[in-house]
Design a protein around this ligand. Structure first.
Ligand SMILES: [Zn+2]
Length: 259
């Protein structure tokens, strides 16, 4: 008698275990970025970049001086990464909108409007570091897999590619993802010898611009702007005792005058 109760209990536990496993697969599986290999992500990213740059709203800027300055900032940040599976590419597009966003595969697009808005190369670096946080945490791919599913995402159909590209230029992250990207940015800025709390300065200046329609598409503020708590979180970040700042030596005002 007792044995059969034990057996029934065992079966019951087994069933609960299966339900639990099913529920966790159901809630985690749909947005698991691991479903897409980094190599595949880079290939998709290249295709998206080509398509985005065909859009007149995101025309690539042809300005050697600006490009090389952005490269200096990007190289400093890439050098601050411990290790990365991504080959970063920083692309400047010509738009008065204050904007930056991330495409899969380590592609970060930066508007001339954002460069103009940044009062120093460090401010721009803070925004780029935040975007690199979305790359390293694979937030874009996680969102796409959640919204579209892995089959559609990897179908390779040109029409689907075009549609996904349209979605990518207006990606919205959730609050948790934004907080992760902010924290990642603080660590990365510190490791790149840039004052991490510059990010708080950028948030404060963006907050002062609330209502400015040039900011409409800027992903960094698009979801739950919640500047005060983000400023507080960034200001509470304390760099290590041996942290030193290495200012960029470029003439920022002169570079911006070429915009
Ligand atoms: Zn963000």
């Amino acid at each position: 008698m007792q044995q059969s109760i034990l057996r029934d209990l065992g079966i019951l536990l087994g069933i609960f275990g299966l339900i639990w496993l099913g529920a966790s697969l159901f809630s985690f599986y749909p947005e698991d970025p691991q479903l897409l290999s980094i190599e595949r992500e880079q290939k998709l990213g290249d295709a998206y970049v080509d398509l985005v740059l065909l859009n007149p709203m995101f025309q690539e800027l042809e300005n050697e001086k600006i490009d090389s300055s952005i490269q200096v900032i990007g190289d400093r940040l890439s050098g601050g990464l411990n290790q990365s599976e991504f080959d970063y590419r920083f692309i400047v597009f010509d738009s008065e909108m204050i904007n930056a966003f991330t495409l899969p595969g380590g592609n970060i697009l930066i508007s001339t409007g954002l460069i103009g808005f940044s009062e120093s190369p460090e401010e721009l670096a803070a925004v780029i570091a935040h975007e690199m946080g979305h790359v390293e945490e694979r937030h874009v791919v996680a969102r796409l897999i959640k919204e579209l599913g892995i089959e559609i995402l990897t179908s390779g159909d040109p029409y689907v590619l075009g549609e996904v590209t349209g979605m990518l230029t207006s990606t919205r992250f959730d609050r948790k993802q934004e907080e992760e990207a902010d924290l990642f940015a603080c660590h990365l800025l510190e490791d790149s010898n840039i004052e991490p709390r510059t990010l708080a300065t950028v948030f404060r200046r963006l907050e002062q611009e609330t209502g400015n329609e040039l900011l409409e598409h800027f992903e960094i503020i698009s979801t739950h702007p919640n500047f005060r708590s983000r400023i507080r979180d960034v200001l509470s970040y304390l760099p290590e005792d041996d942290f030193t700042v290495e200012p960029f030596t470029m003439d920022w005002e002169e570079i911006k005058s070429g915009l």
